[in-house]
Design a protein around this ligand. Structure first.
Ligand code: HEM
Length: 499
């Protein structure tokens, strides 16, 4: 009796679920002309169709082959529109209504989301922060003014590699580049080096992981206060760590300026120059916004660069012809200068190096998925993207479109030689920095860092693989996260090139 009662309750519940789901499909999904996608099931939506054993960008690209350039994946009853071709990406990324953001609960820690240009939706504050960064911090003149400081750090990296080269000791390429990349960013921000702090890389990696992982608090907002997985607590510790470094630097800088010491003309000086004006204006910019912006730069501008250089080195080591072309070019151009070091001002004369960077970013965009949000309901290619829908642009899939590139999965830098295709947001077949309103804010700095670091590694050294790697081949497996890096860190042996 009891069993049949339970059975009746379960069956009734299932019938209600199926009925309401069918009603929702008919009245909502179909009526709203959403993009096609895997059939949503009750409760879970269409996430059953996503292959979780593959990295998300690969799995979504695989599904897009079946459902098309605009596809709808349901997380429960919440739609996510996935964009997978250059043409669809152009329509989505140039639509201002689709440039919104959602942020994970962890980012509430220390109120970070309210001062993060990366996480804020387009509004007055986000606009003020982007404007300040593009017109005051990342202009050509400002970046030129600090290029010697970055150059010194590239030379430190060369010395570090040279020491290992003497003993034939393999170099952990990603780690050496990360230390250099974070020093380049911290020197640009405040003329300091923080790369030698042993905990920094773990902090940056943990921050990327926490911002890119859904937690119970994100799925069930009512439980968020409990912070069950401790994500907010851990993210808070990282934000406090970054703020401590920034506060210390600003305190010292204000003191040194008060005592008449010469200016350093870095980003910290620009901020101090501006503060009085900001106070008088009473606008959105203030010291808290600067701390948010600098924290974003330290997180967004380091692992991205180190993983890109690591991928470039891995591809070049697998492709001796390209390695030969790029080193010959560097040694011809840089080797004939009186100062035999790669400098940022050399980049324009190094077309093959530029092609290597483009090809690496095409095949291995450090951030393969761009996450935006619809702030209003819009129509794209005859489909509806409803207000509040998540919009994911699969940059990885867009960059590999087979009808645009020949042999799209092959590393062929020469495909860019003599072609006017760049990643500055106008050519939608190559958008590793995304495009439109949310395009990478740090691109002018990233451009210099990538060529300076990779060029320095290749100009000064000939590279080979340790015997075991040579025998088994480089493991190109991806480690998926917000930033995709090599799952097995690349170790390679450097031999100093005799100039
Ligand atoms: C290889 C290097 C880099 C790559 C591939 C890269 C890629 C990207 C991508 C794809 C986005 C858009 C993400 C999205 O919409 O979800 C982005 C945003 C951003 N990047 Fe980069 N990035 C790199 C280096 C840098 C550097 C060096 C900095 C700063 C020092 C930086 C700062 C930012 C910031 C602040 C944003 C957020 C912009 C906004 O939302 O308004 N990035 N980056």
């Amino acid at each position: 009796m009891a069993t049949s009662f339970v059975l009746a309750v379960v069956l009734s519940f299932a019938a209600i679920l199926v009925f309401t789901h069918a009603l929702w499909l008919i009245t909502d999904v179909r009526r709203r002309r959403l993009p096609p996608g895997p059939w949503p099931l009750p409760v879970i939506g269409s996430i059953h169709a996503v292959k979780w054993n593959l990295a998300a960008h690969r799995s979504l690209a695989h599904l897009a082959e079946r459902y098309g350039p605009l596809m709808c994946i349901w997380f429960g009853r919440h739609p996510t529109v996935v964009v997978s071709t250059p043409d669809a990406a152009r329509k989505v990324l140039t639509n201002p209504e689709l440039a919104g953001r959602t942020f994970p609960d962890a980012a509430r820690a220390e109120g970070h989301f309210a001062n993060s240009v990366l996480l804020l939706p387009p509004g007055d504050k986000w606009r003020a922060m982007r404007r300040f960064a593009t017109t005051e911090l990342l202009t050509k003149a400002r970046l030129d003014a600090r290029q010697l400081l970055r150059q010194e750090k590239a030379q430190d990296m060369v010395r570090y590699v040279a020491e290992r080269a003497v003993h034939g000791e393999p170099v952990d390429v990603g780690h050496a580049v990360f230390v250099t990349a974070i020093n380049l960013v911290s020197r640009t921000l405040g003329s300091i080096d923080i790369g030698s702090r042993s905990e920094v890389r773990d902090m940056v990696r943990a921050a990327c992981r926490l911002v890119g992982t859904l937690t119970v608090s994100d799925i069930f907002a009512t439980l968020a206060a409990a912070d069950i997985q401790g994500a907010r607590r851990r993210f808070g510790a990282i934000v406090r760590y970054s703020h401590r470094i920034i506060d210390e630097q600003f305190m010292q800088r204000r003191r040194s300026r008060d005592s008449g010491e010469p200016r350093k003309n870095d980003m910290a000086d620009v901020v101090i120059d501006k503060e009085k004006e900001w106070k008088e204006e009473g606008g959105q910019m203030n010291y808290d916004a600067v701390k948010g912006l600098f924290t974003d730069f330290l997180a967004a501008g380091t692992e991205t660069v180190s993983s890109t250089v690591e991928w470039a080195m891995a591809e070049l080591l697998k492709c001796p012809e390209s390695m030969k072309m790029v080193t010959e070019e560097l040694r011809t151009i840089v080797g004939t200068k009186s100062k035999r070091e790669v400098e940022e001002s050399d980049i324009s004369q190094l077309p093959y190096l530029q092609a290597v960077v483009k090809e690496t970013l095409r095949l291995h965009p450090a951030v393969p998925l761009a996450f935006q949000r619809a702030m209003a309901t819009v129509e794209i290619e005859g489909y509806i993207v409803p207000k509040r829908a998540n919009v994911v642009v699969n940059l990885w899939a867009v960059n590999r479109k087979s009808d645009v590139w020949t042999e799209p999965d092959k590393f062929k830098p020469e495909r860019f030689i003599g072609k006017d295709i760049s990643f500055w947001g106008k050519d939608f077949e190559l958008i590793p920095f995304s495009a439109g309103r949310r395009m990478c804010l740090g691109l002018p700095l990233a451009y210099r860092m990538l060529h300076l670091i990779l060029g320095s590694l290749l100009y000064h050294f000939d590279w080979t693989l340790p015997t075991d790697v040579k025998e088994n081949g480089i493991d190109m497996t991806e480690k998926f996260g917000i930033v995709v890096s090599l799952a097995t860190p690349l170790k390679a042996i450097a031999k100093k090139w005799d100039e």
